[in-house]
Design a protein around this ligand. Structure first.
Ligand SMILES: Nc1ncnc2c1ncn2[C@@H]1O[C@H](COP(=O)(O)OP(=O)(O)OP(=O)(O)O)[C@@H](O)[C@H]1O
Length: 312
């Protein structure tokens, strides 16, 4: 009888243990398949339906992220560098990527946003910052190898600071016992934006379709203009010399019709019935270039969320 009791108690404890573990996984985000689940179809769908006017970026990002996430044994972390003028969707796309990898999306404990100017504002403390940044990356990747780091305003980052993250982006088995091969680094910057805008305006002036623009029309010039730009922190950076960036992703300037699409989506997300007249009134008040023809929005879709309530 005692043995039966013991066995029953053992089974009870095991069941409780399983339930406890399940509950723990349910309540607390863990770095495993309970909270990490790459959804390739979801990413494609989001890029097709939610991201407007960025056919080049959508294509590159889908291929890059899907290839990387499906690779069981990547040789280095994925490093994407997103370029374009303000409000064209660089931060937004990073959010879409996060939403299709982490159940918690951009709010996941494994997604980290770093803004050079906000986090490390004083050049004089650069050596201290370097150590902090390296420890921060190392600490986060040792907690979860599938960590995502989004570096905003990369063009304003001190080159020394940028170079200090270089070892983590490279091909290496591990550094101090930590492997970085499953991590994702996304750099955001306005560097190269002007060149991308010029190419897009030229296509438009030549009467060519926006959709005809291909990555190769921008890629070479993009890497040259980004890294030769005097004001760009990316200039002379080891990141480039060592070819640590896997993909340079160009974001085109948005046209009037894309601004309308952004406005309608924003209206819906704020709980209003999307109305063309309202959004058109708002779009008409925005600034467009070239000045005469008013084709491309200077601020992309950036100001829409804030402006909307003036027009409703
Ligand atoms: N191409 C786009 N498709 C759909 N929505 C967009 C697009 N671009 C911008 N938006 C909307 O505008 C908002 C602002 O854009 P976002 O922050 O992604 O711009 P950004 O390119 O990161 O700009 P910045 O260089 O100033 O940081 C987004 O949250 C999104 O709602």
């Amino acid at each position: 009888i005692e043995r039966v009791h013991l066995a029953a108690a053992g089974t009870g404890a095991a069941v409780l243990g399983t339930v406890g573990r399940k509950l723990y996984h349910y309540l607390y985000e863990t770095c495993d398949e309970n909270w990490l689940n790459f959804n390739a179809a979801g990413l494609k769908n989001d890029l097709d339906r939610k991201l407007y006017g960025q056919h080049v970026a959508a294509q590159v990002i889908l291929k890059a992220v899907t290839g990387f996430m499906n690779n069981k044994n990547p040789k280095k972390p994925l490093v994407l560098s997103l370029h374009g003028s303000t409000g064209t969707g660089k931060t937004f796309v990073s959010q879409l990527i996060a939403e299709n990898i982490y159940i918690q999306g951009i709010k996941s404990n494994f997604v980290h946003l770093f803004t050079a100017t906000a986090h490390f504002p004083h050049d004089a403390h650069i050596d201290k910052y370097k150590t902090h940044l390296q420890e921060w990356i190392r600490g986060n990747v040792s907690i979860c190898p599938r960590s995502m780091f989004i570096f905003d305003e990369m063009d304003k980052m001190h080159p020394g600071l940028m170079d200090s993250i270089k070892p983590y982006l490279d091909f290496s088995d591990n550094l101090d016992g930590v492997s970085y091969r499953q991590a994702i680094f996304i750099f955001l910057s306005n560097a190269g934006g002007e060149m991308i805008n010029e190419v897009t305006v030229k296509f438009w002036r030549d009467g060519r379709d926006r959709e005809e623009i291909q990555l190769r029309d921008l890629e070479t010039e993009l890497s040259q203009s980004v890294f030769s730009n005097e004001g760009s922190g990316l200039r002379n950076s080891v990141l480039i010399d060592k070819k640590l960036v896997d993909f340079f992703v160009p974001f085109l300037p948005l046209e009037y019709k894309h601004v309308i699409q952004c406005g309608l989506a924003e209206m819906a997300s704020q709980g209003f019935t999307p109305t063309n007249i309202v959004i058109k009134r708002m779009a008409d008040d925005l600034i467009f270039f070239p000045k005469e023809e008013r084709v491309f929005s200077v601020q992309g879709c950036k100001l829409i969320a804030n402006k909307l309530h003036f027009y409703i």
